[in-house]
Design a protein around this ligand. Structure first.
Ligand SMILES: [Zn+2]
Ligand SMILES: [Zn+2]
Length: 292
């Protein structure tokens, strides 16, 4: 199987989470960091690594089965350009995975965890799902083994993307060099993605390259700093509660769905959908606010 880069990065995460908290002013610390919130994020990160130990093998097995039996080409791992191609293919897949993770409640139920902090700092980056692999987020990458990318290359690229996205979770960097902001995902772009302000909803889905958002019309520039978190926050520091909150809510909705059509929509419609419109999706919120 592929090397587990995330495990090797843990000491680096520990050192930089501490440095970020120590090297800022007292006033910044009070605004940006809350110890209890950071501990919750770290617990969710450890839980993600732990669940990954079991689910990664399954996904590796599925990719390998498709690669061994159905691939159209053989993209030779020893060629450098195959890795370059894999980088773009992975980042493109990530963009669409992430966009659908905000648009389809089934995938949102896992991804919501990452958005549940009302703070934005390096520890927030570690706040990761426990259920993403098991609920099928890998389907957005299934085309890659068919084309002929080796499963090891795919899983390595996914880890590189996750590692890249770590450093952009900070308030400490305002804007990077202009050309860099144009091409790459940055703290500024990703702060917008974590904003619960209506004008910032459903924007900047990028992993490493922000160009996908610019190409597919989801890019929003950071004007002022966002209010972080969810449209309706969980108000909990309990990692178990956070990891399963949306699944629990979905189960409750399904129990009261009343019809098959409603049940289907409770699972696959955008988060916030309700049969009587008593809750709001982000699109409805934007429409009400006169945005787009
Ligand atoms: Zn997101
Ligand atoms: Zn994030």
């Amino acid at each position: 199987m592929e090397p587990n880069l995330i495990i090797y990065a843990i000491p680096f995460f520990v050192v930089t989470v501490i440095l970020e908290a120590v090297l800022i002013t007292r006033e910044q610390r009070e605004r940006w960091i809350e110890a209890k919130d950071s501990y919750t994020s770290i617990a969710l990160g450890l839980g993600n690594v732990f669940t990954g130990l079991f689910t990664k093998a399954l996904i590796f097995g599925i990719y390998t089965f498709l690669y061994e039996n159905f691939r159209f080409f053989t993209l030779d791992t020893s060629q450098w350009w195959v890795w370059v191609l894999a980088f773009f293919a992975d980042d493109f897949s990530y963009y669409w995975f992430h966009r659908e993770a905000h648009l389809i409640r089934w995938f949102w139920a896992s991804h919501k965890v990452h958005h549940s902090s009302e703070k934005y700092n390096l520890a927030t980056a570690l706040r990761q799902t426990w259920t993403g692999n098991a609920s099928g987020s890998f389907v957005f990458y299934l085309w890659m083994p068919f084309v002929g990318f080796n499963p090891i290359v795919i899983l390595t690229m996914q880890q590189i993307s996750l590692l890249y996205q770590y450093w952009i979770h900070t308030e400490a960097i305002n804007k990077m060099w202009r050309p860099f902001e144009y091409i790459f995902n940055t703290p500024s772009h990703h702060r917008v993605h974590h904003g619960s302000d209506i004008k910032y909803l459903d924007a900047n889905y990028a992993g490493i390259l922000i160009i996908w958002d610019r190409m597919f019309g989801t890019f929003v520039e950071e004007k002022e700093r966002p209010t972080y978190g969810l449209v309706s926050n969980l108000n909990s520091y309990n990692p178990i509660k956070i990891a399963f909150s949306e699944w629990v809510d979905m189960a409750k909705d399904l129990a009261n769905a009343g019809s098959l059509k409603n049940a289907f929509k409770y699972i696959f419609a955008p988060p916030g959908w309700s049969p009587d419109g008593s809750r709001k999706t982000s699109e409805e919120l934007k429409k009400e606010a006169g945005i787009k």
